[in-house]
Design a protein around this ligand. Structure first.
Ligand code: NAD
Ligand code: WQD
Length: 344
């Protein structure tokens, strides 16, 4: 059994990926200091998979403590999710974002080198493309200026990995650029559980529908799109999770052509904000209270992925549509609102 270190394993994408890894026969160890998560997500993972995953409650910015994890275990691969991810917060706390996201990555790479872990997957983001107008976005689309410090940490993280693998030829890395992850595991036992208030569209929709928020504002209906609202590429979190398993298998089976490869992870289609709301109302039978408001500063009108590279090389085939995103996100929202265990 191959042993994988998942950093940020208590987080949204990390927890769903752990489920997919276990379902594909991997032994998983997590490290997460719960700066943006709750350790009780491990209970949900155990209920789904029957496996208790060990979590080291360690800040990855602490090199000595991180090193002790590697000294205790023998990893075949690392999936590095751990990072701070709020675009808005990063604008006001740039040093905290650079410190956390870059130092944790550097420490992970330092340990990978020292303890000879050959396979590394890094969570990047479509935000590395900045305000691009080239559609669909391919992996070769040039980066524009980062729109916020968070996005800059992802651009810098990619450069760090490229420079690192350039001189450490025995280490193989894959950089995964996620578009808009959304939805939850179909069991509704795990899902997005941020400590900070949600700002992403899908949790804002479900929180409005359940009554935690009074009204949703659609940020602009005067873009040059089919209905005037912004277009994004919403990718179901379980499809996204499976791309990590496939990436590890690809590296472990030595199918990679270079020791640092990049893949876009999106469904390859754009959905407007108004279409997303319509899908939510249709699949859940719940009316949403929303209004049209001003544009949100920094938003691009449209962005969606060209995902052919991941389909062809990794054999990745995302199957879940916006409807499944909405129905699973809604089940999770209802579970979360009813389950007292998740409310402090
Ligand atoms: P998340 O906040 O739910 O999970 C990240 C986890 O990392 C959290 O549990 C947090 O406690 C942990 N963490 C952060 N800093 C740490 C540190 N120094 N030491 C130990 N643990 C630490 O976020 P997510 O949505 O699951 O995102 C996972 C990764 O994917 C991040 O790198 C994020 O930037 C990237 N990403 C997310 C999205 C998205 O929309 N969710 C889109 C593109 C890329
Ligand atoms: C989606 C669409 C909004 C909320 C962000 C990060 C990006 C990546 C993914 C990490 C936009 C509209 C939203 C609301 C709305 N994350 N919207 N009303 O901005 O595409 O991407 O998450 O790497 O870096 O920037 O996602 O979910 O915030 O917005 O109308 O209350 O929904 O304008 O068009 P975004 P989002």
């Amino acid at each position: 059994m191959k042993k994988v270190l998942v950093t940020g394993g208590c987080g949204y994408i990390g927890s769903h990926t752990i489920v997919d890894l276990i379902n594909h026969g991997f032994d998983v160890v997590s490290v997460d200091n719960n700066i943006n998560s709750d350790i009780r997500v491990m209970d949900g993972i155990r209920e789904i998979t029957g496996v208790s995953v060990r979590n080291y409650t360690v800040d990855l910015c602490d090199l000595e403590k991180t090193r002790r994890i590697f000294a205790n275990e023998q990893f075949d691969g690392i999936i590095h999710f751990a990072a701070l991810k709020s675009v808005g917060e990063s604008v006001f706390q740039p040093l905290r974002y650079f410190d956390n996201n870059l130092n944790s990555l550097i420490n992970i790479l330092q340990c990978a080198k020292e303890f000879e872990v050959e396979n590394i997957i890094f969570s990047s983001s479509c935000s590395v493309y900045g305000n691009t107008t080239a559609l669909p976005v391919t992996e070769a689309t040039p980066f524009q200026a980062a729109e916020c410090p968070y996005a800059r940490t992802k651009q810098m993280g990619e450069h760090i990995l490229q420079d690192f693998t350039h001189v450490n030829k025995n280490i193989n890395a894959i950089l995964l650029r996620y578009f808009n992850p959304a939805g939850a595991h179909k069991s509704a036992l795990i899902g997005e559980l941020p400590i900070n208030p949600a700002t992403n569209l899908v949790p804002v929709i479900t929180e409005t529908a359940i009554g935690k928020r009074e009204q949703l504002t659609v940020f602009g209906n005067d873009y040059d799109t089919r209905d005037g609202s912004c277009i994004r590429d919403y990718i179901h979190v379980m499809d996204l999770a499976n791309a990590h398993t496939k990436s590890l298998q690809y590296l472990m089976e030595h199918k990679n052509e270079s020791n640092c490869e990049v893949f876009n992870l999106g469904i390859g289609e754009g959905v407007t904000v108004l279409e997303a709301i319509e899908a939510f109302e249709r699949v859940t039978g719940t009316k949403l209270n929303y209004k049209i408001g001003d544009r949100r500063p920094g938003d691009v009108g449209a962005i969606y992925a060209d995902n052919k590279n991941a389909a062809e090389k990794l054999g990745w085939n995302p199957t879940r549509s916006i409807d499944e995103i909405m129905s699973s996100a809604w089940s999770w929202e209802k579970y979360r609102s009813e389950a007292t265990i998740l409310q402090d």
